[in-house]
Structure formats: structure tokens, C-alpha cells
Design a protein around this ligand. Sequence first.
Ligand code: HPA
Length: 271
Amino acid sequence: MTKTHYEEAVSYLRNRGIQHAETGIVLGTGLGWLTKYIAIEQLIEYTDIPHFPEATVEMHKGKLIYGKIGDKKVLAMQGRFHYYEGYSMQQITFPIRVMRLLGIQHLLLSNAAGGLNLQYKKGDLILISDHINLLPDNPLIGRNNNEFGPRFPDMSQPYSAELASRLLRISLEENIPLKQGVYVSVAGPNLETRAEYRFLRMIGADVVGMSTVPEVIVANHMSLPCAAISVVTDECDPDNLQPISIEEIIEVAAKADQKLSLLFKKLIEKL
Ligand code: HPA
């Protein structure tokens, strides 16, 4: 991805009426309820945006939604790009860079994840406090673009403490339980073996998924504060592992979607 690619995507979106956005949102698998809170001004198919990755079968409905939550301008990605679909890390994170160039000051992400911490139950919401990147790649590999950020970005606090404390406060006010934990990203697309779940727990992870970390790395590269919440869609107990299907994952995510969306909505209104 070169400077021209970013400029062409940004100028296309500006021409479509997206002059300025304040908060960027990435909605995970089965998690679209938040869009109901958006007073939509523009709905743009990914396929129409120059240099956005080409859609795969799974991604046929990907769209960028621009509008208002309260008096805040938001840009929401309905559908994200995953490494297992065959995209490069630069492609996966291209939309994050583009949203930043359109002005976003915060990035909120959601995902469906497996619960490694056995205190978590299906449907629980987990605020990601830190992460472990086990993807075999990194979006910052290659020549560094100094206009975006430094060669060696600091990762001592990849998730904004300020956004986290606000979300925790909102969760108390709204009576929506929100736990905290470490997210580990794996490539997928297969789910893990029992031995792998045991290993991931041992290295200090509480939830496991196939997304989010590339976007968060790029956000940190650009000094863009971010917050991310996982929905626990399956309980990954190596000693009592039940088979899990993508249909079940989507079903469980959908059940928790309203609670998660309310947390994000309340946060955005106050930003
Ligand atoms: N592993 C990896 N990714 C996932 C899982 C899991 O168990 N559940 C939802 N996404």
C-alpha cells in the first residue's frame, strides 16, 4: 500500500460526503447491532472504495457506515478483513489507516472469541486489557511510513486506559457485566485443539480469536487510542471440550450484541 492508495481511498470517501469522522468502529463476526444507533448519512460498499481489499465469499456484505451517534460523527466498519481469508496485513489494516486520515480520534473494536479463562461463560463481555500476537505476520513489516508513526512503536499500553475506565464505569451504570482479560490472536481458520487451548491459557491469555490485533497494532503506530471488547462465544476447556461450529459462534455473539452495542453507544456519546 502506497501513499497514493491511501489518498485515493480518502478522496473517494470525501467525495461521498465523509468530511470528518470522530470515532472509528470495527464490528466483529455476528456483531452489527450498534448500527441501529447510527443516524446513517452514508452507506458505502467496500467494493466501491478504491484499494479496499476485494471481498471474499464471507465478506460479501462489507460496508462502511457513516453517520451520527448522539452528536458524534462515526465511521463504522460492518465486517472486517481477516488474515485467514488470505489478505496481507497491510490490506487488513488499510481501512484503519483510511479512517484515521478521515479524522478519527478513537477506535472501538469488537470480536467473537473463545473463552480460555474458565471463569468466563458463553455470552460474557470481556474488555481487552492487553494482547499477545501469535499471528505469523505484522502489519508494520516493510518500509516504515514516518508520516503514520515511528519504526518501533511502543506497546506498553496498547489499549487506552482512559477509554477502558470509561467503559467500566458505563458497565456499572448500565448494569452490564464487563470482565477484563488478555486476548491472543491466532491465524485460524481452524479452531484450536485441546493442546493448543491449554498452551494459550498457559502463556497468559484469557480469550482467543482471529482478528483485532493487526488493527490495534496499526492504531498504536498512529497514536490512535483504542478499546476492544470480546464476546465469549465458546468455552475452551481442554478437559471438557465440546465441538463448536461457526453457526453457534454467530448465534452466541448475536445474543450478546445488544449489551455490547449499548456500552459502545454510551461511550461514544460521552467522548
Ligand atoms: N478460537 C479462535 N477463534 C475463535 C474462537 C476460538 O475458540 N471462538 C471464536 N473465535
